[in-house]
Design a binder for this molecule. Sequence first.
Ligand code: NAP
Length: 343
Amino acid sequence: MTINNLAAWQRQPGKPLSIAPAELPTLAHNEILVKNEAVAINPLDYILQDMALLPWLDYPAIIGSDVAGTIVAVGEGVDRFAVGDRVLGQAVGTTVNQPSQGAFQQHSVVLAHMAAPIPDEMKAINAVVLPLGLGTAASGLYQPGNLGLRHPSANPQPSGETLLVWGASSSVGCNAVQLATASGYEVVAIASPDHATMVRELGAAQVLDYRDANVVNQVVEALRGKILVGAFHATGNLADTFKVMGQVEGRRLVATTLPAQIEPPATVEVAAIAGTSLRDDEVGPMIYCDFLPAALASGRYVAAPSPKVIGRGLKALQHAVDAQRKGVSGYKLVVDLSRSEEA
Ligand SMILES: NC(=O)c1ccc[n+]([C@@H]2O[C@H](COP(=O)([O-])OP(=O)(O)OC[C@H]3O[C@@H](n4cnc5c(N)ncnc54)[C@H](OP(=O)(O)O)[C@@H]3O)[C@@H](O)[C@H]2O)c1
């Protein structure tokens, strides 16, 4: 392709990002090329900067998972999109070891079924908070090997069942709360009081404080008498989640984003979530093609948590990754590339 493209390369683990040209391939079947107007930052980004977490990932790599921008080319077989469409997309470059599919660059190759239109009134800096958080939540909630729950819909009928979401104010947690609510489940959420209002507005019926020394007993009490379909552990203390699930009635299955480094009680099952795995099964198209476009356009699904724009241009990405390493609280770090001057 003849488009000039610059990327913030991760040359090797332990080094800062460095800006240099990155070639763009000819698009394959089902691929779109997005001119990125905004990219968001995830914990995975500083982890992949600090260490070679993914054994298959070659460095130099282009990391980053969340893009929003305008389509500048479409590959064969793409009929949902045309050049000029504004989209958000989940970039899976580090999963498939393809720098062209990473987010931290001016243009990213995105799989068409991992992208969704951005409503006209929504800015790219808002839309970009969604992809990896959404994809991770959807994988954990809907894949049969995880919680295997009912799919979300425009008019969810209450199922009469309850899901526990631990770490509900995180990026993944906000999406888990919204999706589970759109699937008709009652959500009991765990988050700090700082973000209880936000988590309630996303659909949670109750929010309990993870910092309370008595949180385990409180959650067990809150779940008493309910029909529990499991726990979605987005972040926080996995041991506390296990303690709760070891004491409740119902389905004692925990889907977690974290590698389980502690043993659950004998009666509790654990499923490990892979946040890009939905690209390979029915969950990816179900979310990005069938559910999200109408849900976003109607306002039934919101881009949460709110973006915090930390800088502009590829050069701001290192500062953004450093800020994510220090931790975020109820917001998502975003870099605005809409007036990127590095080209
Ligand atoms: N397996 C995968 O494929 C995959 C994919 C994506 C993410 N992840 C992992 O999933 C986790 C969440 O990622 P994220 O991007 O959603 O995180 P995030 O948005 O950066 O998480 C920050 C939020 O977590 C809350 N929090 C911090 N400590 C907590 C605790 N002990 N209990 C409950 N909430 C707590 C904070 O609230 P307060 O400020 O109020 O404390 C804050 O709102 C990370 O560990 C990430 O690496 C895994």
